[in-house]
Each structure stands twice: as C-alpha cells, then as structure tokens.
Design a protein around this ligand. Structure first.
Ligand code: FMN
Length: 296
C-alpha cells in the first residue's frame, strides 16, 4: 500500500500514524509476532509519553465511555526514561516504520534531560513534546501559555538536530497563539489535538445521596468522535497560521475524517481512540484514502 508522504525528511508510506498512548506496539507484537510487521497499521509509530521517572499512572477505573467519546484518566503510566531507552527502544527500533518518541516534563529542566537523551539515539527519528501538562514550578499549563512554550523551545531546540514536533493542547484560550509561539521557537512540526479536559461522574450514589466524581478525581481527557469537529476547527486554524507541517488528530474513524483534516491543511493524520475498537484502523484508512485517490 503506497500513498507516500514526505514528513520531516521521513518518507512515509502513507499519511496515517498513531496518536501517542493509543497503540501498544510492544504488546501487539507479543501477540501477533512477525504478522504485525508485515501489516503494520501506521506509517510511523509514536511512543506513549515518556517521563523522566517511571510513573504508575492513576488507579482504575481509568476509562469512561461517553456519548460518542471516551474520557480517560490514565495518568501517563510509563517505565521512565532509563527503562524506555534500555528496554523499550531496542524493541521499538525494529518496527518496520520510523519511530517518534513522545516525551513530557513537568519542568523545562526535565524536558531538557528528555530531549538531550533522545537526541543521542539513532533509533529515534523525531521527538514529540507533550506539553499538555502543568509546570510544577509555575502551576500553569505549559502548553497553554505561549510565553512558557517559547521558553521551552529556547531551552530544547539547541540540544538536537532531530525534528521536534510540539503536541499542542486544545485546553487553551487561543491555540493559534500557542502554535505560533512553538513554530517561532523552532518547532519543525505541530500536532493537535490532545484530549479536551472533561469530567465523568459515576452513575451511582455515594455518601449521603450525592453523585460523586469518578475518574481521576473527576477530570480526564475527552477523545474520539465527540471531539472531531473541535479538532477540525483547531487544525484548520493552526495550519492556516504557521509554515510548519501539522499532524491532525481527533476523532478520526474513517477515511472521510482523515480527508477532512488533510483538506484543512494537515500533512499527516493520527488515529487514537478508534484503535481500541479496530487495531487495524490505520491500514484501513490508508487503504481507503488510496482507493479514493485512484478513483478520482
Ligand atoms: C487512552 C488514551 C491515552 C493517551 N495517551 C497519550 C499519551 O501518552 N501522550 C499523548 O501525547 N497523548 C495521549 N493521548 C491523546 C491521543 O494521542 C490523541 O491526541 C487524542 O486522543 C485525540 O485523538 P483521538 O480522538 O483519535 O483519540 C491519549 C489518548 C487516549 C484516549
């Protein structure tokens, strides 16, 4: 299946990749073995978010299905940078597609350590910065503050010649202002949208008859079909405003949804939540895009 796309100097077989944290390639390979490599659903693989230190994530329940969407409060469980490099990277580097490593720090200094470490590894084709996190020093969400985004890029851009993708948060006053701050700071590409802040309340009575907060103390991130129209609006606005390529995502389930994001200006489209329902969705959409192109 060839529908080649040039992205950050990488020659991708087609424009569909995975959204970070929604496809576990190591677990899939343990189940499907070499079969997975022959039919890998994505044109590049994006790792789940890696933090400096290992994190267990939030206690279950972590997922709540809403009307047309999913609220997650996973809490970014991951093995931490050292174990990712020594244990996961050797496995991920044998996938048949380029590897993008997604990292998140809770301070700019942590991002510096993460980017410096990734920069040294040839197996990593590009680095994605997940900025949907509070800066523990300022208490402000890093990705929703253009000033902090500029400071982050100023700190990490000189550390690596690898392509840097900044994954923007939709939970901000003006995503275009944040996108411009990241691009002006030297980001090679922008990806959006991450999940929208949302709340899930358990349909049960707790305490003295009150319905209490449920997931992650009440808030989590909404994804899936429910966010598709928001994603399209934000991707279109950002793609119009910056000169760097955009990875569009949010609620993609079919080729028509991917086509909308491409028409809105995205170079590449990522699929997240739909992979839980159909792990082969990436290949299905790529095939459908190719078929619709050849029938035009
Ligand atoms: C269960 C789950 C886990 C996720 N984990 C991460 C993550 O580790 N890092 C990240 O940057 N985004 C993460 N995301 C966000 C997705 O990559 C994507 O930006 C978002 O879900 C929108 O796409 P979708 O509607 O196709 O899922 C996660 C989303 C879900 C549903």
């Amino acid at each position: 299946m060839r529908h080649p796309v040039s992205f950050l100097g990488l020659e991708l077989a087609h424009p569909i990749i995975n959204g970070s944290g929604t496809f576990d390639a190591i677990a899939a390979r343990a189940v499907f073995g070499a079969e997975l490599d022959c039919a890998f659903p994505f044109a590049a693989f994006v790792s789940k978010t890696i933090t400096l230190r290992a994190q267990d994530g939030n206690p279950p329940p972590r997922l709540w299905e809403t009307a047309s969407g999913l609220v997650n409060s996973i809490g970014l469980p991951n093995p931490g940078l050292d174990a990712y490099m020594s244990r996961d990277l050797p496995q991920l580097s044998t996938l048949p597609v380029p590897l993008i490593t997604n990292v998140m720090g809770s301070t700019i200094e942590e991002f510096v350590d993460l980017v410096a470490a990734c920069s040294e590894r040839d197996e990593i084709a590009a680095i994605e910065l997940n900025v949907s996190c509070p800066n523990v020093k300022t208490g402000l969400d890093l990705g929703s503050d253009p000033v902090q985004l500029g400071q982050l890029l100023a700190a990490v851009r000189p550390l690596t010649g690898k392509p840097l993708i900044v994954k923007l948060t939709p939970n901000c006053a003006d995503v275009v202002v944040c996108a411009k701050a990241a691009a002006d700071g030297g980001a090679d590409a922008l990806s959006l949208i991450n999940t929208l802040r949302a709340m899930a309340l358990a349909p049960r009575v707790v305490g003295a008859g009150r319905v209490g907060p449920w997931l992650g103390g009440g808030t989590g991130g909404l994804s899936g079909a429910a966010v598709r129209a928001v994603a399209l609006a934000q991707v279109a606005a950002v793609a119009r405003s910056v000169d760097v390529p955009v990875v569009g995502m949010g609620g993609v389930q079919r080729a028509a949804h991917a086509r909308d994001l491409l028409d809105a200006g995205a170079t590449v489209v990522a699929v997240g939540t739909e992979s839980f329902r159909d792990p082969a969705v990436g290949a299905r959409i790529a095939q459908e895009l190719l078929a619709s192109r050849s029938s035009v």
